[in-house]
Design a protein around this ligand. Structure first.
Ligand code: PLP
Length: 493
């Protein structure tokens, strides 16, 4: 027998009866996990490399039983993970993976649809548009805003800046940017913009130094006059301004730029306006908060991340744009093997971005929007905002703590500032405060009972308390503050 041409044998998948048995058990496991989160640590006590050391160096040659796998998951994986769904997770932007979305993910993996083109994912392509249009209406965005799902805000934003580059007419798509005389392409954003904007500029070949950071005022909002001056200076220097990124809900402090004014500048200067509302975007579903978003309806593109604050698990980011034709102009390219008979009648999602293969992400958003309804989503957003306010009130009422920026959306920035600070000059006191707050953060996190992270705002070391997990209740927030006060009281002892 020729070893390169053996007889055909069929091997197949896990038997469906076995799947049924493990699947049922796994659903029970997930339900129990969610019920017991309060009893486990949010942050594990684990050292770098310790997990690798417990895992085999190569894959098993022989098949293993599911029981062994699940056992190792419980023994080695789960206890060595930060629990993002824990009610005491207050780090980064806390988020939620709601159970209806978990069920949708189960189905997504099971059917494994790939909506590269309409023909390869008919309902997935159309459901994406329908669901994003439902959300657009709930966010009170204009009807011409067309949405598309990407994995993360980093990619959505990169696609938006690629559109700005395309509109600038430098023919980057065909000719590239290097080795010819194109002016420097300039992008503007506040000093508080997320690092994904820097990375987009790096990836698109604009260069990190061509992201011009515009100073922010004392409320951490971009100063429009400084933006105007930067654009004018750049034009005078022969550079080519192409895009402004305004933020609603900055990562550090959840501040919002004055989008209406920025939009007017962009209109006058003929610049692409991209609004980064990756975190705060869903709050536009609340009429009483729409003021924060004023002007975003004028944007050329907007990014919103349902995987941050709309109960959808990683990953699902939405890019809305009123100019999908520019995305298409920048990215459409159809090799012979991807041509279909319906091309003239449909939207093939591969035409609107760098990515060909696409997960069926809209299913989980559809489940979430239908299971909770707009009312249910609004109620949960309001709950998180109220919990953040409660924490902010507790901070303000305590003589040894202070807010370092106004409470915005569901984020509280604060620090420990004991009344009995030694008499010293301002710089020395600030250094001492930074050390105290670093120690406080480390001790809190080392306990594994709560998890929060810090930032620096205008040089001030600041702790961040982010509410966004649907398991978090008033009890958790009050207990977290009590713990913070208690641990702060022990510093230096
Ligand atoms: N924009 C803002 C305002 C963010 O807070 C973040 C992440 O926290 C991002 C963009 C990047 O999000 P992603 O992780 O989806 O790329």
């Amino acid at each position: 027998m020729n070893p390169e041409n053996p007889p055909i044998q069929h091997f197949g998948d896990m038997p469906t009866e076995e799947f049924r048995q493990h699947g049922h058990a796994l659903v029970d496991w997930i339900a129990a996990y969610r019920q017991n989160l309060d009893n486990i640590k949010v942050l594990p006590d684990v050292q770098p490399g310790s997990i690798t050391a417990q895992l085999p160096q190569s894959a098993p040659e022989a098949p293993e039983a599911m029981a062994a796998l699940l056992n190792d998951f419980e023994r080695l994986i789960l206890p060595n993970l930060t629990q993002w769904h824990h009610p005491n997770f207050f780090a980064y932007f806390a988020n939620s993976s709601s159970l209806p979305a978990v069920l949708a993910e189960f189905l997504t993996a099971a059917i494994n649809n790939n909506s590269m083109v309409w023909k390869s994912g008919q309902a997935a392509t159309e459901l994406e548009h329908v669901t994003l249009d439902w959300l657009r209406q709930a966010l009170a965005l204009p009807a011409e805003m067309w949405g598309m799902i990407f994995d993360t805000a980093s990619i959505s934003t990169m696609q938006a800046i690629a559109c700005a580059r395309e509109e600038a007419g430098v023919e980057a798509r065909e000719k590239g940017l290097a080795g010819r005389t194109t002016p420097r392409l300039r992008v503007y954003a506040s000093e508080f913009v997320h690092s994904s904007i820097d990375k987009a500029c790096i990836t698109l070949g604009l260069g990190a130094e061509n992201l011009v950071k515009i100073p922010a005022n004392e409320r951490f909002q971009m100063i429009p006059e400084a933006l105007e001056k930067a654009i004018a200076d750049d034009r005078a220097a022969g550079h080519l301004p192409i895009c402004v990124v305004g933020v609603v809900g900055t990562t550090s402090v959840a501040s919002s730029d004055p989008i209406t004014t920025i939009a007017a500048i962009c209109k006058r200067e003929k610049l692409w306006l991209h609004v980064d509302a990756a975190y705060a975007g869903p709050v536009a579903m609340l009429p009483e908060w729409r003021g924060r978003f004023a002007g975003w309806e004028e944007a050329d593109s907007i990014v919103i991340n349902p995987h941050k604050w709309l109960l959808v698990p990683m990953d699902l980011s939405i890019l809305y744009t009123r100019k999908p034709h520019v995305l298409k102009q920048a990215f459409s390219l159809t090799p012979e093997y991807l041509k279909t008979t319906e091309d003239a009648l449909v939207e093939n999602m591969m035409d609107y971005g760098i990515q060909l293969g696409r997960r069926f992400r809209s299913l989980k958003l559809w489940f979430v929007m239908r299971y909770f309804g707009i009312e249910g989503l609004q109620a949960r957003l309001r709950e998180h905002i109220a919990l953040a306010r409660l924490f902010g009130d507790l901070v303000e009422a305590h003589p040894d703590f202070e807010l370092t920026s106004p409470v915005e959306f569901s984020l509280v920035c604060f620090r420990f500032r004991p009344q009995n600070l030694p008499n010293a000059d301002e710089a020395t006191r600030e250094r001492l405060l930074e050390r105290l707050n670093t120690d406080l953060e480390e001790r809190l996190n080392a306990s594994g009972a709560i998890f929060l992270v810090h930032t620096k705002v205008h040089g001030v070391y600041t702790l961040r308390f982010a509410v966004g997990n649907m398991e978090t209740t008033e009890k958790h927030v009050r207990r977290a503050f009590e713990r913070i006060v208690a641990v702060a009281g022990m510093l230096g002892k």
